[in-house]
Design a protein. Sequence first.
Length: 32
Amino acid sequence: MTKILITGSTGLIGRHLGAALRDRGDEVVGLT
């Protein structure tokens, strides 16, 4: 498991990217 930081996580791409990474088993931290 990898811990990943996403900036802009409430936008269209960030939201889908975060969901895909969580489904893959990664730990996601999002900043707006």
